[in-house]
Design a protein around this ligand. Structure first.
Ligand code: SF4
Ligand code: SF4
Length: 163
């Protein structure tokens, strides 16, 4: 993890209370164009952050896999879906398919994803700031303040623009 990412995560820890209060306030302001605001903040954050210097979501969080993800990844691994599930996945407490253990088995030591073109949809969509309705995602963004530096940068951008 680069010094830049470490600095952002440290700032996120120091200011977590402030960032959570701000996000909770946003949730109640239904007239704001939250989708556009989060998308712009997402783009600004990822113009500064290179995921290859981070890898935190692939190290610790892990995706939920859909049946389509399993089919695609199993084909890539030349396994049938049942064998792929036996080899790599478990069912979690919410009945979702997730990797047996983290870091993700497809994460390289250089933070590259071995299955990038066929990665699960949840990996493509993470951290969920540039698509879908954002009011329902505020709790997720609050959780992701502990994992994803791009979420921290995006929230800082939103706070900056709020003044
Ligand atoms: S499949 Fe790739 S993008 Fe998804 S968690 Fe694993 S390494 Fe990361
Ligand atoms: S999506 Fe966030 S946590 Fe994952 S590698 Fe990129 S910056 Fe890091």
């Amino acid at each position: 993890m680069s010094d830049f990412i470490t600095e952002i995560m440290d700032r996120g820890i120091r200011n977590k209370g402030k960032y959570i209060s701000f996000l909770k306030k946003l949730k109640n302001q239904r007239k704001l164009p939250l989708e556009r605001m989060f998308k712009e903040a997402h783009n600004e954050a990822f113009s500064q952050i290179d995921c290859i210097e981070c890898g935190r979501c692939c190290l610790g969080l892990g995706p939920r896999l859909t049946n389509k993800d399993v089919t695609r990844l199993a084909r890539r691994e030349r396994l049938n879906p049942a064998d792929f599930i036996n080899k790599y996945l478990r069912t979690d407490e919410d009945n979702d398919l997730v990797f047996k253990k983290m870091p993700c088995p497809f994460l390289g030591s250089d933070n590259y994803c071995f299955v990038y073109e066929d990665r699960p949809k949840a990996c493509r969509d993470y951290p969920h700031m540039d698509h879908g309705r954002q009011t329902g995602r505020i709790s997720l963004h609050i959780e992701n303040l502990s994992y994803c530096p791009a979420v921290i940068l995006a929230v800082e951008e939103l706070i900056e623009n709020d003044h």
